[in-house]
Design a protein around this ligand. Structure first.
Ligand code: SF4
Length: 701
């Protein structure tokens, strides 16, 4: 691999003399105004162009600009013709193609594979402004527009589809997106280092398609391995892929090929496990996956940026607003983050269903001074997780050699530092800034970590909760929690205890809002029933339901597709099988359990409870889950997800707390013998005016 070069130590490209643009140009007229005759790099993106570091295209564009390149932006082009891709002329170096901040299929379809009518990354929340499989389509149009221009693909869609992957929407294993997009190079993960190196080397006469030694990239390989490389054949589960004495930088793990994983779910699970074991930049080896007579070669992941590099990336001269071409149109994703600050990137939790890979830095003064409409309230000081700021492995050496999939599962690793004092200090500094009246934490709190440091919980609860704090137990039952790599409910109860104690001490009436997920692999009907009973007994109602969405390459998706558990070793004759709710009917039932209080779901739930031998939970008493009676005009839609006339927007799970205390009486035990709490009073939703329901959208599901 090429040596790690500090991000801002490259000699700037000659075009640095043009200086920073107010916005990266989206038209020839803007280029003319800047005095540019051409662009060095043109970014094509599926999102509207918002010049803010929460948007991938802005980070990459501004970073390349800071390196001296002239960067143009083609955002949400009409993909039915190549003409919009000619808007800025041919790029001198390459097209950079991304689907945007989300995979285009996740963006466009619900977890029930229904077309969404909205798109938070588009002006006025309008759906239909990007194609399915945007990276492939945009790459084709770029090639039609300028056949000689190299194409570099990146962003979450390219990243999560870099090897053969299960595609939920077509219900089949697709080959690497590199082959379908016919791209010269694929950048995966956080791409700052890679894109900067690729751009400088392209400017120096090495086209992207010839680069073979850049970390965080993938390319098509043909023929034999280069000299000096050790080829470890792991194409069968019981073949060794163990560390060897050979130089890791010259070791390659051969995954089962596309044709193999396509036809054999066990090999798919095996390949998924191998890939996830090779994700620590400190020890990951290169991977190779055969696709017919070609192979996809994955270099090891990028070396993370240093704090100083991060700060510099987020200090670039962003306009911190949507491009003026959008006028007064509302872009919901921008509205959501315009007053929030990202303080960390990535997550060491390893939740199997999650594919968060890219997040950004910190800059309250910039918001205060530059963002129109700022009233002094920072809506979120957080990141993928609210409280992983500066928590890390106690030893860089140990971290470099670690091969675990999570630092916090099945227990918090003894090597993980869980002292939250840096975050407490950051919160205090943020509160003290002139012009800042309130700093909220809206990102999900990892409560198993938080309870290790009660001083943090006190700080959070006393100063940073706006009445409600969302947390994500995701489930109550051990089976699904184990498949998610999430902590048990004991940690939730402990956190709740601290939350309530410190809320009382602060004289505040505040509530926890837990999020749950339906139909995750490993979840049985009885698990969902137990969750529904927990919700009822604790006085929670879900406004909408979040069902598991098998996003490309997630470990949970491998479970969903293969019925195997890749968290453990995958073997031909042993290994753990995993149940997954797949058909629409069963997924709908799982969602209906989460919304047990919705009369539309009662016929479906009655039928299920009878089949499960739990008819004792049907009745008109307080101890029953659902009543015998059916309100007139309800129940004909087929249950959750089958309601008519509803737009299928983001599947945000907005839980309402009824405001009632948990009950002390117990319901009859469920079939697994667990005692259940009974409610004393029927649950009721909050009245209008409750701040409930303002939850931040969760990405990547
Ligand atoms: S904290 Fe534990 S799991 Fe995390 S990197 Fe260090 S040794 Fe590995």
């Amino acid at each position: 691999m090429s040596a790690v070069t500090p991000l801002f130590s490259y000699r700037k490209h000659w075009a640095a003399r043009f200086g920073a643009a107010p916005f990266l140009p989206m038209s020839r007229a803007e280029m003319d105004a800047l005095g540019w005759d051409s662009c060095d790099i043109i970014v094509v993106t599926g999102d509207a162009y918002v010049d803010h570091p929460s948007f991938g295209m802005a980070i990459i564009g501004r970073l390349l600009e800071a390196q001296g390149f002239r960067v143009g932006m083609i955002a949400q082009p009409d993909w039915t013709s190549a003409e919009p891709f000619r808007a800025l002329g041919p790029p001198n170096l390459f097209f950079g193609v991304t689907a945007g901040n989300m995979d285009s299929m996740v963006n466009r379809y619900t977890s029930d594979r229904r077309l969404r009518h909205n798109d938070a990354y588009t002006p006025n929340d309008e759906g239909g402004q990007r194609p399915d499989r945007a990276v492939i389509v945009y790459s084709q149009r770029c090639r039609e527009a300028y056949p000689a221009a190299p194409i570099v693909i990146g962003g979450i869609e390219a990243s999560l589809r870099r090897i053969a992957h299960y595609d939920y929407w077509s219900d089949q294993v697709r080959r690497s997106i590199l082959l379908d997009a016919k791209a010269d190079l694929l950048l995966y993960g956080n791409a700052e280092r890679a894109i900067v190196e690729v751009a400088h080397r392209a400017a120096a006469g090495q086209p992207p398609g010839t680069l073979r030694d850049v970390r965080g990239t993938a390319f098509i390989h043909r023929g034999a391995l280069p000299e000096g490389w050790l080829d470890i054949d792991a194409t069968e589960p019981d073949r060794a892929a163990h560390p060897s004495r050979h130089d890791r930088a010259k070791t390659l793990i051969r995954l089962p090929g596309y044709e193999q994983v396509k036809s054999d779910p066990l090999l798919y699970a095996h390949a998924s496990r191998l890939l996830h074991l090779e994700t620590n930049p400190g020890n990951a080896r290169a991977l190779l996956q055969q696709h017919g007579d070609r192979a996809v070669w994955l270099n090891p992941p990028p070396i993370p940026l240093t704090t100083a590099e991060f700060d510099a990336v987020f200090d670039l001269p962003y306009a911190r607003a949507p491009h003026p071409v959008y006028g007064d149109a509302r872009i919901p994703a921008w509205e959501m983050i315009r007053f929030s600050v990202n303080i960390m990137r990535g997550c060491f939790g390893g939740c199997t269903f999650c594919s968060i890979t890219e997040h950004e830095g910190r800059e309250i003064e910039e918001i205060r001074d530059k963002t129109p409409g700022f009233t002094g309230v920072i809506s979120d000081l957080g990141g993928p997780t609210a409280n992983m700021y500066r928590l890390a492995c106690q030893s860089p050496e140990i971290e470099r050699s670690c091969r675990k999939l999570s630092c916090v599962y099945p227990d918090i690793c003894p090597n993980l530092k869980t002292d939250h004092s840096s975050l407490i200090h950051l919160y205090r500094k943020a509160r003290e800034l002139p012009g800042v009246k309130k700093v909220l934490v809206a990102s999900g709190v990892r409560y198993d970590l938080a309870i290790r440091d009660p001083a943090y919980v006190r700080e959070l609860v006393t100063h940073h909760v706006g009445g409600y704090l969302k947390i994500a137990p995701e489930h109550t039952e051990a089976g699904p929690l184990a498949k998610m790599m999430k902590p048990g409910m004991g940690a939730y109860e402990k956190f709740k205890e601290l939350f309530e104690k410190y809320s009382r001490e602060a004289g505040k009436e505040q509530y926890l809002i837990p999020y749950f997920i339906a139909a995750h692999p490993g979840t049985t009907d009885e698990d969902m029933l137990n969750l529904a009973l927990w919700l009822k007994n604790n006085g929670f109602r879900a406004d909408q339901v979040q069902a598991f969405l098998p996003s490309p390459m997630a470990l949970a998706t491998a479970m969903y597709h293969t019925g195997r558990n890749p968290l453990k070793g995958v073997h031909r004759n042993r290994g753990e099988s995993v149940f997954a709710a797949k058909g629409l009917k069963q997924r709908r039932l799982h969602k209906a359990f989460l919304r047990y209080h919705d009369a539309e779901n009662w016929p479906l739930l009655r039928e299920a409870l009878k089949r499960m031998g739990r008819a004792d939970l049907i009745g008109n008493g307080k101890r029953h889950l659902i009543p015998l009676w059916q309100p007139a005009g309800t129940g004909a839609s087929g249950g959750e997800g089958g309601r008519r006339g509803r737009k299928h927007g983001p599947q945000t799970f907005l839980t309402q707390h009824t405001g009632l205390p948990p009950c002390a009486q117990t319901l009859p035990p469920t079939q697994n013998g667990k005692a259940q709490l009974a409610d004393r009073r029927p649950a009721r939703a909050f009245t209008q005016g409750s701040p409930c329901g303002g939850g931040k959208r969760r990405g990547g599901r």
